[in-house]
Design a protein around this ligand. Structure first.
Ligand code: NAD
Length: 371
């Protein structure tokens, strides 16, 4: 089976779907790999390192797509790209397919199979392929570093000859993958950290990282299906905002990561709440891609509003391109092995929960078919 990767550097993007190490491992499993020239440059992987790993480095995207069976992508291709592609291949990636119905239709017309990895179920067997969790962990880490960079004070308590500097108070709202990593990172930097989530199960995880869990209670449980949070009613949201107000007001750094699968980000931080924060405080709204947890957030922008810095970053993992590519490469490799474990040829087994959950199109059909 032949696998292809593209040079996807555009805007902030510096990640690549396979590292030379990943290529080596795929080749050792009987795959062949085609790499568009320059694909790894943003993550400091040279064409020579891909060649050494055994890949074929080709000059254009068209040369990749015409040589391979399976294309790996970090984002959905454009309509122009798909229109120029041959028929009947396989696309695997972080595709956000719901955003691009016209591109999906073009892939359907061309009888492509499409697997969207953001649909991976969060089950134990899929953990090694879970691209969203990999990227969320990096984003949680980087959110704290970004906050520290914009904060006019230090994080740890420092006792110096010029006096004692108080530690920063960090509040992390939403203690899923990104939130827990943000809590762990802020703790490592010596801050006093508080965490909050509407799922009661998060309390133990927050406390195990040495942070304090906010003692706020909802009337019902915040847990929905599959261990994820449920969407709160407008009344519950209003109560939650009121209960959070005092904690937000005393935080120096506020990191919001609250998310409910398939829904816009819950609006947790109002203008009134932000106004209660001290001048010099910093907010990092990680939920910016799905609309933001703060009502004043502008996705991709850094704003200073009445002394509070409000940052709503997009694609933070691209700022850690080496580790992000390493994690993506491992995730893609494990996913590709799902095909190989079954008889060696490219086969979709609908009984495989992971393939069924991620398959958007199979041979141009929206419903997965066993081949
Ligand atoms: N900006 C970036 O570069 C970047 C990168 C990766 C992830 N993200 C974003 O970070 C966010 C978190 O990702 P994740 O993988 O950690 O998700 P996750 O599902 O693991 O965690 C989200 C958490 O939010 C909690 N939550 C939901 N509603 C809440 C509410 N009303 N109050 C408090 N907590 C609530 C959930 O219980 C859950 O624990 C997502 O919005 C994701 O898109 C951003």
């Amino acid at each position: 089976m032949k696998i292809g990767i593209f040079n996807e550097r555009e805007g902030m993007e510096r990640r690549v779907a396979l590292t030379p190490e990943g290529v080596k491992r795929l080749i050792s499993q009987g795959f062949a790999v085609y790499v568009e020239k320059g694909s790894g440059e943003g993550a400091f992987f040279s064409d020579a390192s891909y060649r050494e790993a055994g890949a074929e480095v080709v000059p254009t995207p068209q040369a990749v797509v015409s040589s391979v069976d399976v294309l790996l992508r970090l984002r959905m291709p454009t309509l122009d790209e798909v229109n120029a592609w041959p028929e009947g291949k396989v696309l695997v990636g972080l595709l956000q397919v719901w955003r691009y119905p016209d591109i999906l239709q073009a892939l359907e017309r061309k009888k492509w199979a499409v697997f969207a990895l953001e649909r991976l179920p969060r089950i134990t067997r899929a953990q090694s392929m879970d691209v969203l969790s990999s990227m969320a962990a990096l984003a949680g880490y980087k959110a704290v570093i970004l906050a520290a960079d914009h904060f006019g004070r230090v994080f740890p308590m420092l006792t110096t000859a010029a006096g004692t500097l108080a530690p920063a108070r960090v509040l992390v709202i939403g203690a899923g993958v990104a939130g827990l990593q943000a809590i762990a990172t802020a703790r490592r930097l010596g801050a006093q950290v508080e965490g909050y989530d509407i799922r009661p199960a998060a309390k133990e995880q927050v406390e195990s990282l040495g942070a304090k869990f906010l003692p706020l209670t909802l009337d019902g449980s915040g847990e929905g299906q599959g261990g994820y949070a449920r969407e709160l009613t407008p009344e519950e949201q209003a109560k939650q905002r009121e209960a959070l107000m005092a904690y937000v007001a005393r935080a120096d750094i506020l990191i919001t990561t609250a998310a409910v699968p398939g829904k816009p980000a819950p609006k947790l931080i109002t203008q009134e709440m932000r106004r209660k924060m001290k001048a010099g405080s910093v907010i990092i709204d990680l939920a910016a891609e799905t609309g933001g947890n703060c009502e004043e957030s502008r996705p991709g922008e850094v704003q200073e509003i009445e002394g509070v810095t409000l940052i709503a970053p997009l694609n933070l993992p691209a700022q850690l391109p080496i580790h992000a590519s390493q994690m993506l490469s491992r995730n893609f490799l494990e996913f590709l092995l799902l095909f190989r474990r079954k008889e060696g040829s490219l086969t979709l087994h609908v009984e495989d929960e992971i393939l069924r959950a991620t398959c958007v199109l199979w041979q141009g059909e929206p419903t997965p078919q066993s081949a």
